[in-house]
Design a protein around this ligand. Structure first.
Ligand SMILES: Nc1nc2c(ncn2[C@@H]2O[C@H](COP(=O)(O)OP(=O)(O)OP(=O)(O)O)[C@@H](O)[C@H]2O)c(=O)[nH]1
Ligand SMILES: [Mg+2]
Ligand SMILES: [Zn+2]
Length: 313
């Protein structure tokens, strides 16, 4: 419900029942609660309001606010914790770009996770850049794996990959430039160095970071909520808790291949339409796999996502 006193703002932080909002790019946070009666049409997510949402609120006399309306989202990133869970969680909305932070080791980010994440970005039309972080740790013995990684995600799938390090500040200035004037999401599994990277973009933020457990070589889920931070060099970034699992959302079987750019490039040439690219004769995707234009890793990922779709539907 809009009233003449209501103001517009963006949700910059969400903890429990509290939402902090600010009329970006102005940084003047106001703490708000949600009006009890606010019903969100078709909400199937666990969080009715996410960081990045554009909302209206009524300022109260004590300096807080009451959120009264939410505007339609330009885009968003959403996940299910597992394939079995019915409810989904909106990570953030109205994004200009996503940085998917991955590490080859310390901890290892599984390719399966990367592929699910990328498919979600494509499905929701959010531009994504892969940051291969902790580049300082990749000694010569990793060079083969690094090449393999670039082959799959850059040369074949066409994504931009930047090697970064919060420790040596490798490529930090480039990331700063990319963030100016935009709202960027930093996402990835726990311990890949999201908060550390953000700290090196802007040391004044001094976000909490955590050690990697020696035994499991895994992160310890140090960041626990979603929050937008203003960067001194310009732009706004969202630090997020490490993602554990990434279940795909329901989509039509025929749709999935549209969300792998290297498949999308060739699938118009399949003899049958729709084509699941599994058993059909004259399939252009299978031919591209044979010719080495589509990597076997991504094709395998595609098959496993397809199978999952059928299983959990
Ligand atoms: N060698 C090296 N270590 C790093 C780098 N970036 C972060 N680390 C270390 O990795 C550990 C985890 O860093 P965080 O920034 O807390 O990771 P995170 O992704 O924010 O983790 P969560 O908040 O748990 O999701 C810390 O011990 C950091 O010191 C890097 O570029 N190089
Ligand atoms: Mg963190
Ligand atoms: Zn096909």
């Amino acid at each position: 419900m809009e009233t003449k006193n209501s103001k517009r703002a963006t949700v910059v932080r969400h903890t429990g029942s509290q939402y902090t909002v600010s009329d970006l790019p102005v940084w003047e946070p106001v703490v708000c609660v949600l009006r009890g009666k606010l019903r969100l049409k078709g909400a199937t997510s666990t969080n009715p309001i996410a960081v990045g949402d554009h909302i209206s609120y009524e300022p109260q006399e004590d300096g807080t606010g009451v959120i009264t309306a939410i505007e339609p989202r330009k885009n968003y990133i959403i996940r299910k914790s597992t394939n079995l869970s019915r409810q989904a969680h909106i990570i953030a909305s109205n994004l200009d770009q996503v940085f998917l932070i991955v590490t080859l080791d310390f901890p290892e980010t599984k390719l399966e996770f990367i592929d699910r994440f990328l498919v979600t970005c494509e499905a929701y039309k959010v531009p994504v850049v892969i940051l291969l972080n902790k580049s300082d740790l990749y000694t010569k013995e990793y060079s083969g794996y690094k090449e393999f990684f670039h082959d799959i995600y850059s040369r074949s799938a066409g994504y931009t990959i930047l090697e970064t390090s919060g420790t040596t500040k490798h490529n930090i200035e480039i990331i700063k430039d990319m963030c100016r004037g935009k709202l960027s999401l930093f996402s990835g599994i726990s311990g890949v160095g999201k908060s550390s990277l953000i700290n090196s973009l802007d040391p004044s933020l001094s976000l909490k970071t955590g050690e990697i457990s020696q035994y499991h070589k895994q992160g310890k889920h140090t960041t626990t909520f979603y929050e937008i931070h203003p960067l001194t060099s310009g732009g706004f970034i969202i630090d997020t808790p490490g993602i554990k699992g990434f279940g795909l959302l329901e989509m039509e079987k025929e749709e999935l291949s549209h969300y792998l750019p290297e498949m999308l490039r060739v699938l118009d040439d399949c003899r049958f339409s729709p084509c699941t690219h599994t058993h059909e004769p004259g399939c252009a995707v299978k031919k591209a796999v044979e010719d080495g234009e589509i990597t076997p890793e991504r094709y395998q990922s595609y098959l496993s996502m397809l199978e999952e779709e059928e299983k959990y539907r």
